[in-house]
Design a protein. Structure first.
Length: 72
């Protein structure tokens, strides 16, 4: 399964703030509801593009960084 346009946009949003952020920040950058941002980010985390820590912070993985660079 590939990465959709919204997922790429979310990965780029995480990368733009230094590779580590929360769902609220991504939602703001994308102009979407925070719940929808959380769905997108969790989906990316399940596929190892992001790591999710216990505090709810999403961290860009090497796989995620590669995908962002590939889409530039």
């Amino acid at each position: 399964m590939g990465v959709s346009g919204s997922e790429v946009e979310a990965l780029q949003a995480v990368e733009e703030v230094g590779g580590k952020t929360v769902a609220q920040s991504v939602a703001r950058k994308m102009g979407i509801n925070v719940d929808y941002a959380r769905v997108i980010l969790t989906s990316l985390a399940k596929r190892d593009y992001l790591d999710l820590n216990v505090r709810g912070t999403y961290i860009l993985t090497l796989k995620g960084r590669y995908e962002v660079e590939r889409r530039k």
